[in-house]
Design a protein around this ligand. Structure first.
Ligand SMILES: [Fe+2]
Ligand SMILES: [Fe+2]
Length: 348
């Protein structure tokens, strides 16, 4: 620790340009200044270097104040090395996160498609119906993203054409995420959410409630009898077919194949595929949930129709039955009420 007295001496050295003149100005012996400066150099070399740095210009010395950046490249590299290690550890910890279910009992995962809560086209009838299913015992929820419109930049003009403001939108998001009794496994961020950049309110809203994933979450549900269901959920997967809204997730299933379930949202249309992998023989489901945004002018002028089903979907899982690949029995319903009825028949 550099003491106040030592700092005072160092400041005098900086001000007067030499140990001798600083000693004279302070009315102390030359050796007192020498010792104090040696001590500072040992205890806090970076500070000493900054406080002592002067340039000799012949008849006078000029101050050489530290750069505004405030740290040397070596200091910055050490700090950034630590920062990168922390960030990488956080990223690695999210790869195939394992949720361990405490009971080997039938349960279900409810996939919430894009809510766009502040959009005037948000279908609250369908949303409330899905939330009712999410409140049933043994049902866990995943958000596929685009919780609010979060218009930014050039798109911010669109706030003029909707009732919800940025402030009420964050309130709505908080109400949906925290106050509706949903048991979230994870909340994925979509493109609208990611426009918030660093400091996204969704991160603060979800804190202590669910882990938040950027665009994609790969995770597993695991039971004590060895059953494990692998899930690859993203806001969207690359690949498009005008004939099949599930082309993107299905393509990912063909190329990747590590998960049993590939699920996404984003395009506001629904499709559900159940198939055996052509090379692996394993059972997979690839689907897109439509989300809750209706009367979408963007969709209208681009020739996409409003989805009439599959706003959310429900995957019912019975871990008491385990397949050869270790996956439990599972089946996704594009009608959440039908899924809930099946879940309840298994729970009875
Ligand atoms: Fe969306
Ligand atoms: Fe989206």
């Amino acid at each position: 620790m550099v003491t106040d007295r030592q700092r005072q001496i160092a400041e005098a050295v900086a001000q007067h340009g030499s140990h001798r003149r600083a000693a004279e100005a302070l009315g102390v012996g030359h050796s007192t200044v020498d010792k104090a400066m040696a001590r500072i150099r040992k205890d806090d070399p970076a500070w000493a270097e900054r406080s002592e740095s002067r340039i000799d210009r012949g008849d006078f010395t000029a101050p050489a104040p530290p750069k505004h950046l405030g740290e040397t490249p070596a200091e910055r590299w050490a700090r950034r090395r630590q920062r990168f290690q922390n960030a990488k550890a956080a990223t690695d910890a999210r790869e195939w996160m394992q949720f361990r279910l405490k009971r080997v009992e039938p349960c279900a995962v409810l996939w919430f498609g894009d809510p766009h809560l502040d959009d005037d086209g948000c279908d609250f009838d369908a949303l409330e119906a899905a939330i009712r299913i999410g409140n049933l015992p043994g049902v866990y929820s995943v958000g596929i993203g685009d919780y609010t419109n979060n218009w930014v930049g050039r798109l911010a003009r669109l706030y003029a054409h909707q009732e919800g403001t940025a402030a009420t939108a964050w309130e709505d998001a908080r109400y949906f995420i925290r106050d509706r009794g949903l048991q979230w496994l994870t909340l994925i961020k979509g493109n609208h959410d990611l426009w918030a950049g660093a400091g996204d309110p969704i991160d603060y809203i979800a804190e202590g409630t669910a882990d938040v994933a950027t665009w994609r979450a790969r995770f597993t549900l695991a039971w004590s009898n060895g059953a494990e269901l692998r899930i690859d959920a993203a806001h969207d997967f690359k690949g498009h077919s005008q004939y099949s809204a599930s082309f993107g997730p299905k393509k990912e299933a063909y190329f990747d194949g590590r998960a049993q379930i590939y699920v996404c949202g984003h395009k506001h249309s629904a499709s559900l595929d159940r198939f055996n992998h052509p090379f692996r023989g394993t059972k997979h489901e690839a689907f897109r949930v439509a989300g809750f945004k209706r009367m979408d002018q963007h969709a209208l002028v681009n020739g996409f129709s409003d989805a009439t089903h599959g706003e959310a979907m429900l995957t019912v899982i019975d871990p008491r039955t385990v397949y050869l690949d270790g996956a439990p029995k599972f089946r996704t319903f594009d009608c959440v009420e039908d899924g809930a009825a099946y879940l309840q028949s298994l729970q009875a």
